[in-house]
Write a protein that binds this ligand. Structure first.
Ligand SMILES: [Zn+2]
Length: 289
């Protein structure tokens, strides 16, 4: 399952999860044997989960302050315990094998504070805290993902604007975390550009510097579509990664469905064994060659 979250706030809606409900989502997943992984772990087949556990990819879209807020405590910046990251870290205290793994699909120039988690005093967030938050995420195990500058509906724009929107977001992420290798992007509202290939590869010339910014990655997140295929499945296609919108009981219902159908990914506990060997060949032992 690749879960799609937006705001973590005081009510539930299609684009908001109430804080207590978010905490319950973590409890539910944990108790049903799910542990968070990054999309890069899926791509690289480095899930490394103990036997019997299942991976889940959290994706948080739109870089809102509701996801990651600081409180200025006499000059010391502290993570607001009521923001999404605050709730995550508190959950982790009592669930130590809940790793800091989740994908943040960022905006760096949208309105209403959707600019690297809040700017210009929105929800008390200072503009100069933005890079620090993005870097904190990267430094603490989370994954960064491109989501355009201001959530442009990519189907409405020319190839040039599509590439500018995506490349400028990548450039901003690189400014916050120099050298960071982005491996995924999320389509705003799930809308593909007319030239679909530009979602995963393109370039734009920065007129300020005259330098060309190029981007290329394997993962494009869609907004819906159910669970994704395992990376060991020949039909695995990260270039069109479906997601599950976390609305109502979507998580519990999907866990039940996967279990009933026998299609849940359950770790055999041995990362060296990537698949059952074909009949007639010797099984690969757990030891690395
Ligand atoms: Zn979005």
């Amino acid at each position: 399952m690749v879960l799609e979250y937006h705001l973590i706030t005081d009510h539930n809606s299609d684009y908001a999860r109430e804080r207590g409900q978010f905490r319950k989502d973590l409890e539910l997943l944990y108790s049903r044997g799910y542990r968070p992984v990054n999309m890069t772990d899926v791509l690289d087949k480095k899930l490394n989960l103990p036997r019997g556990l299942s991976p889940v990819v959290f994706v948080f879209d739109d870089a809102s302050p509701e996801q990651f807020r600081y409180i200025d405590n006499n000059g010391t910046l502290e993570i607001d315990p009521t923001s999404g990251i605050g709730i995550w870290l508190d959950f982790k205290k009592t669930h130590p094998d809940w790793n800091n793994k989740a994908v943040f699909c960022l905006l760096n120039g949208a309105n209403a504070g959707h600019n690297f988690f809040g700017d210009r005093g929105i929800q008390g967030q200072k503009s100069n805290w933005r890079f620090r938050k993005v870097k904190w995420l990267a430094d603490n195990g989370f994954e960064l993902c491109d989501h355009t500058v201001w959530h442009a509906q990519l189907n409405k724009f020319s190839d040039a604007i599509v590439q500018e929107q995506i490349a400028r977001n990548a450039l901003a992420i690189d400014s916050a975390v120099p050298g960071y290798k982005i491996r995924s992007m999320a389509l705003p509202q799930g809308l593909w550009p007319k030239n679909r290939a530009l979602a995963s590869k393109g370039s734009w010339m920065n007129p300020k510097t005259g330098k060309t910014v190029s981007y290329e990655w394997p993962v494009v997140f869609e907004v819906a579509g159910g669970p994704m295929r395992s990376p060991y499945d020949p039909a695995f296609n990260p270039g069109m990664t479906p997601r599950i919108q976390v609305i109502g009981n979507a998580i519990g219902a999907m866990i039940d469905k996967l279990e009933k159908s026998g299609n849940a990914y359950i770790s055999d506990g041995n990362p060296a064994v990537v698949a059952k060997p074909p009949a007639g060949t010797a099984a690969v032992s757990g030891a690395k060659k």
